[in-house]
Design a protein around this ligand. Structure first.
Ligand code: B12
Length: 213
């Protein structure tokens, strides 16, 4: 029987082998990949975050937990498909300049890919001008900006502003997300949408693509 607490404990303990083993066991038991992700892995990362904040866990350990999470996400990836597709939509996704967090952004990319979108994942620490250059190169319809730090949220606004200045604003829909980001912030900086998790992000992207067709 799957016990999400053991999975959470193993992730918090940075025990990659154990957490991977528990994820595989849960899959064999028929637990939905999205439940494993939300109730096991993301719940575990939340505890890692709290410990980090309280000074009970340090960067090297947080990185190890993040790596363990990455390995499990790779196992879940083929199982996270999403039915209805938005085939052909070209999506750009990246973490804004100054920010190196990529786990959530990669999950969003993965959900969008499995929904049939053509996703160009630019990586982390992406400057506004690089987003602009890639929109031109990839003929993008949806731009997704991720930020996990309150200090890099203003870079989202700078990126939106750079897209406006480049004259490309009417061609793209801009989505923003990441733990500190809210709908109110998205409205304030002139983005087209916000979603709190990868599943909702993918649904929103599909809805926006269908709207513009
Ligand atoms: C793992 C981690 C790290 C790892 C990152 C490894 C990696 N490859 O990503 C490392 C160790 C490198 C790291 C470094 C730092 N971190 Co850090 N980190 C975290 C931690 C524990 C987990 C983040 C995570 O992966 N969560 C799981 C994913 C799945 O969730 P998510 O990212 O929120 O994504 C979901 C949604 O937000 C949404 N989403 C995400 N992106 C997008 C984009 C769009 C368009 C949409 C629609 C939706 C969307 O969908 C995702 C999936 O459902 C968080 C704590 C936390 N619980 O958030 C701290 C945290 C974000 N870090 C923090 C800090 C302070 C730092 C450092 C400054 C620490 C330091 N002193 O050096 C550095 C900064 C480095 C930098 N320049 O970026 C703080 C930020 C505080 C703040 N107010 O800004 C946090 C909150 C920890 C804390 N409580 O103090 N960190």
């Amino acid at each position: 029987m799957t016990d999400f607490n053991s999975m959470i404990d193993a992730l918090v303990a940075c025990d990659t082998d154990r957490v991977t083993q528990l994820v595989n066991a849960a899959i064999t038991e028929g637990i939905a990949a999205s439940d494993i992700l939300n109730n096991g892995l993301i719940a575990g990362m939340d505890i890692v975050g709290e410990r980090m904040e309280n000074g009970d866990m340090f960067i090297p350990e947080v990185l190890m937990a993040a790596q363990a999470m990455g390995q499990c996400v790779a196992v879940l990836k083929p199982l996270l498909g999403e039915g209805e597709s938005a085939t052909g939509a070209s999506v750009l996704i990246g973490t804004v300049k100054g920010d190196l967090h990529d786990i959530g952004k990669n999950l969003v990319a993965m959900m969008m890919e499995s929904a049939g979108m053509e996703v160009h994942n630019l990586g982390v620490d992406i400057a506004p001008e690089n987003f602009v250059a890639m929109i031109k190169e990839k003929n993008t319809q949806i731009v997704c900006l991720s930020a996990l730090l309150t200090t890099t949220m203003p870079m989202m606004k700078q990126t939106v502003d750079a897209i406006v200045e480049s004259g490309l604003r009417d061609q793209v829909k801009i989505l923003v997300g990441g733990a500190p980001v809210t709908q109110a912030f998205a409205d304030e900086i002139g983005a087209d949408g916000f979603a709190a998790d990868a599943g909702a992000a993918s649904k929103l992207a599909k809805a926006l693509v269908n709207e513009t067709r």
